[in-house]
Design a protein around this ligand. Structure first.
Ligand SMILES: NC(=O)c1ccc[n+]([C@@H]2O[C@H](COP(=O)([O-])OP(=O)(O)OC[C@H]3O[C@@H](n4cnc5c(N)ncnc54)[C@H](OP(=O)(O)O)[C@@H]3O)[C@@H](O)[C@H]2O)c1
Length: 330
């Protein structure tokens, strides 16, 4: 019997950005052991989607061509694979698809049960799809900096760069859970008010001299930094760190990684370390819980239907999203 077909957006070579994405028909995946088949409602985009297409992680990713990008998915369970116990058909969920398989820009996707969480009625598909990679990276950054989200022991000053972006906007909100944390944030001028409303205590326009220097207007030195901007020199960060200050760098370059390794072996007092988030079902559950309690929200930059996913891809490449770019699957 012929396999049932679905629409999907794929690319079949490195490079080309949105123009290289094609709307095609492919077979609907079958859920394997421990997997769920989802009818995808929304998939948010991440810079990694186009960086992988560009070939920045070759030869490891994508695993093969053609490839369907999209890892951060909200949808509805239509079928469960062998051994799945926590979900049934009809459940609304949020899931993280591995970069090694992806598949979010499609009508149906096979998701791992252990990386899937229930999506309460109060969370829309678009909002929910924003969470997985960006939310987990924000959460893992704060944890790696030793910031206890249940409440810090003593007052601390934290800087979040690109606080208007996918990761940064979640990081600012999560920091407010931790109690006595003074948050300084950077973003473009048009988003100063938004980032303040997310909970930042002071916000710097990154194009202003003080913003480019990352200097707190109130003269604070940072105990911790979540850096979401590639290419910020170590000298700029170091000048603003308190004694023992640490930088979790989610946008580290190869040079940053080398310096981080040296700083580690030298037991440097001030350090910058690369942060690469990992798939984390319990972390996802935590973030969805915070959203349900009204302590976390997704700022949706823009929404595109599947057939216009290429426009969303190009918007992500431009690097000026405010919050998350979402592709709605209809
Ligand atoms: N390590 C990991 O596990 C991991 C996971 C996910 C992502 N990442 C990486 O982390 C980085 C950030 O990802 P993202 O999804 O948050 O990006 P994003 O959503 O694309 O970030 C866009 C935002 O960054 C702002 N921005 C750009 N340059 C800035 C600067 N110099 N200072 C302050 N704000 C600036 C833009 O503001 P304007 O529009 O005003 O310019 C825009 O609002 C990317 O390099 C991504 O590849 C790493």
């Amino acid at each position: 019997m012929a396999a049932k077909l679905m629409r999907a957006v794929q690319y079949d070579r490195y490079g080309g950005g949105g123009a290289a994405l094609k709307l095609v028909e492919v077979s609907i995946p079958s859920p394997k052991k421990g997997q769920l088949l989802l009818k995808v409602e929304a998939t948010s985009l991440n810079p990694a989607d186009w960086k992988i297409q560009k070939g920045m992680l070759r030869p490891f990713l994508p695993p093969k061509f053609p490839f369907t990008p999209g890892t951060c998915v909200a949808g509805e369970v239509v079928e469960v694979g062998q051994g799945v116990t926590a979900f049934k058909a009809g459940d609304k969920v949020i899931t993280l698809l591995h970069f090694t398989v992806a598949g979010g820009l499609a009508e149906y996707a096979a998701a791992e049960e252990k990386l899937t969480v229930h999506r309460p009625a109060g969370i829309s598909a678009a909002e929910g799809s924003g969470i997985p990679i960006a939310g987990l990276t924000a959460l893992h950054s704060l944890r790696s900096l030793g910031i206890n989200l249940d409440g810090v022991d003593k007052p601390i000053n934290v800087l979040v760069t690109a606080a208007s972006g996918g990761i940064g906007h979640y990081a600012v909100q999560l920091l407010k859970l931790a109690g006595d944390v003074h948050v300084t944030a950077t973003c473009g001028e048009r988003n100063l008010e938004l980032v303040k409303n997310l909970g930042a205590d002071e916000v710097l326009d990154y194009k202003s001299p003080g913003g480019a220097a990352l200097e707190s207007p109130t003269g604070r030195k940072y105990d911790a930094v979540v850096n979401c901007v590639a290419g910020i020199p170590w000298s700029t960060l170091k000048a603003n760190l308190a004694a023992g200050g640490k930088v979790a760098d989610v946008a580290a370059t190869a040079g940053d990684m080398l310096r981080a390794a040296l700083q580690k072996v030298c037991f440097c007092n001030k350090r910058r370390f690369p942060l690469i988030s990992t798939p984390d079902g319990p972390g996802l559950e935590f973030l969805v819980g915070q959203m349900m309690e009204g302590k976390l929200r997704t700022v949706v930059d823009s929404k595109f239907p599947l057939k216009r996913a290429a426009e969303g891809f190009d918007k992500s490449i431009e690097g000026h999203a405010t919050g998350k770019i979402v592709v709605e699957i209809f």
